[in-house]
Design a protein around this ligand. Structure first.
Ligand SMILES: NC(=O)c1ccc[n+]([C@@H]2O[C@H](COP(=O)([O-])OP(=O)(O)OC[C@H]3O[C@@H](n4cnc5c(N)ncnc54)[C@H](O)[C@@H]3O)[C@@H](O)[C@H]2O)c1
Length: 367
C-alpha cells in the first residue's frame, strides 16, 4: 500500500467521541473517505449524515459492512466492543476501537488474539498519547533528561455533577466506572513513559447513587465507582500515585485537572493537559520553569493537522486518526495497538482486585 492510498472508513457509534475526535480527525486526511455510518439512534444518524455529508447510513451492522470499507472505527458503549470488533475483523477491515477495549481482562485477551490472527491493523484509542506535551515528556524521559524516575503522580479530577451519566454508570454496559473511563488512559501512558507496572494497591469508591437524570427523572442507580486511587510499583523500581474522580467540586468543565509529574534523579517534569504546548521542567536544585514543546512535537510527523488551528486542548486528538491511517498505509503496527489495550486492562483488573481484597496485587501476565 502507498503512503497516499485511498481508504474508505466507516464509523460505528456516532455519538460524543465520534463527533469530537474520530470524524474531525479522519476527515482532515487526504485520500480518506468517511464512507458509511452505523448507529441505532436514527435521529442522530440523520443529523450526522447531513452535517458530515455521508449519505450511507444504517442501524444494521451487516448492511454497514457491505459498503466495501477498508477500516472501521468503533465508538459504542464498552459492552458492544468485542462483538463489533469480531464482525469488523471478520469482514476483513482494519479496526480502531475505543477504550476500554473489553469488559474485563479475559475478554480483552480474546479480542487481542482475534485481531492478531486476522492479520489486520488494530488500534486502541488511547487519545492522550497524542497530547504534544505528552509526546515531548516521553521524549525527555526516554532520552534520559530526567535521569532515573524515582516517583511520580498522575491525577485526573473532574466534576460531572451528581446526576445520572447514562450508560457509563452501569457495570453491564461500561464494565468499570472511573477506572475504565479516565483511569485506563493513564495506565496506558504511565506505562508508555515508565515501562510496565509490577504491582498495585488501591481504593475505589462509589460516592453517590446517580438515580436521577439531570432533568430530575428517576432512573436505576449506578453500580460503578466514581473515584479510584492506587499506588503502582514499576519493574524499573519507580513508584507512582494515581488519583481519578468525577465528583471533585471546583473541577467542572474548564476547571478540570489533569496532571502528571515525574521526579527523576536529575530533573522533574510536569505535564498538564490544559497547557498542551508546554511542560514545566526543573533541574536538580532549580525551581520549575516553563519548557515550550518544540515544533517537531506539536503534531505527529506528516499529520495534516495545523497545531495553531482551533483549541489545542481538543485538536491534538485528531492525530490519533492520522496514526491509524498511517499504520494501515505503511503496513506496520499501530501505536497504541490492541496489545496496549489488553495490557492496560490487566493493570485495571489488578486495581479492582487490590481494592476488593485490600492487599497488594501483582499484574497478570498477558500473551
Ligand atoms: N478516547 C477518548 O478520549 C474517549 C472519550 C470519550 C469516550 N470514549 C469511549 O468511546 C465510546 C463511546 O463513548 P461516547 O462518549 O461517544 O458515548 P455516546 O453515548 O456519546 O455515544 C455512543 C454511541 O453508540 C451508539 N450505539 C449504541 N449501541 C450501538 C450499536 N449496537 N451499534 C452501533 N452504535 C451503537 C449510541 O446510539 C451512541 O450514538 C466508549 O467506549 C467510551 O469509553 C473515549
Amino acid at each position: 500500500m502507498t503512503e497516499t492510498a485511498q481508504l474508505r472508513v466507516g464509523l460505528i457509534g456516532v455519538g460524543g467521541v465520534c463527533g469530537a475526535v474520530h470524524y474531525p480527525g479522519l476527515s482532515r486526511i487526504p485520500g480518506v473517505e468517511v464512507a458509511a455510518l452505523c448507529d441505532p439512534n436514527t435521529d442522530l444518524l440523520a443529523t450526522r449524515s447531513q452535517a458530515w455529508g455521508v449519505p450511507d447510513t444504517t442501524a444494521d451492522v451487516d448492511e454497514f459492512l457491505r459498503h466495501g470499507l477498508d477500516a472501521v472505527v468503533i465508538a459504542t458503549p464498552n459492552n458492544l466492543h468485542r462483538g463489533l470488533i469480531e464482525r469488523v475483523l471478520g469482514a476483513g477491515c482494519h479496526v480502531l476501537c475505543e477504550k476500554p477495549l473489553g469488559m474485563d481482562l479475559a475478554e480483552t485477551i480474546a479480542i487481542y488474539q482475534t485481531a492478531v490472527s486476522s492479520g489486520r491493523r488494530h488500534m486502541t484509542a488511547f487519545t492522550y498519547r497524542f497530547v504534544p506535551g505528552m509526546s515531548y515528556l516521553k521524549h525527555l524521559v526516554h532520552s534520559g533528561a530526567l535521569g532515573t524516575i524515582r516517583h511520580a503522580r498522575v491525577q485526573r479530577l473532574q466534576d460531572w455533577g451528581e446526576h445520572a451519566i447514562g450508560w457509563r454508570q452501569y457495570r453491564a454496559q461500561a464494565g468499570l466506572g472511573e477506572l475504565g473511563d479516565m483511569g485506563i488512559h493513564r495506565i496506558d501512558y504511565a506505562e508508555d513513559l515508565m515501562g510496565p507496572m509490577r504491582s498495585v494497591c488501591s481504593s475505589m469508591k462509589q460516592l453517590v447513587p446517580r438515580d436521577r437524570t439531570k432533568e430530575g427523572q428517576s432512573c436505576p442507580p449506578q453500580d460503578v465507582e466514581d473515584w479510584v486511587a492506587w499506588i503502582a510499583e514499576f519493574d524499573s523500581g519507580a513508584t507512582c500515585v494515581f488519583e481519578m474522580g468525577k465528583l471533585s467540586k471546583g473541577r467542572s468543565s474548564h476547571g478540570d485537572h489533569d496532571l502528571t509529574e515525574l521526579n527523576g534523579t536529575d530533573a522533574s517534569a510536569i505535564y498538564h493537559l490544559h497547557t498542551p504546548h508546554e511542560l514545566l521542567f526543573a533541574r536538580r536544585g532549580e525551581p520549575y520553569k516553563v519548557k515550550p514543546v518544540p515544533e517537531e512535537f506539536l503534531a505527529r510527523q506528516g499529520s495534516p493537522r495545523d497545531p495553531a488551528e482551533g483549541d489545542p486542548v481538543r485538536t491534538f486528538r485528531y492525530d490519533q486518526a492520522w496514526e491509524f491511517v498511517s499504520a494501515i498505509r505503511e503496513e506496520r503496527e499501530c501505536q497504541p495497538s490492541f496489545y496496549h489495550g489488553m495490557r492496560a486492562q490487566a493493570v485495571a483488573e489488578a486495581v479492582v482486585t487490590a481494592d476488593r481484597e485490600r492487599r497488594w496485587v501483582d499484574i497478570a501476565e498477558v500473551p
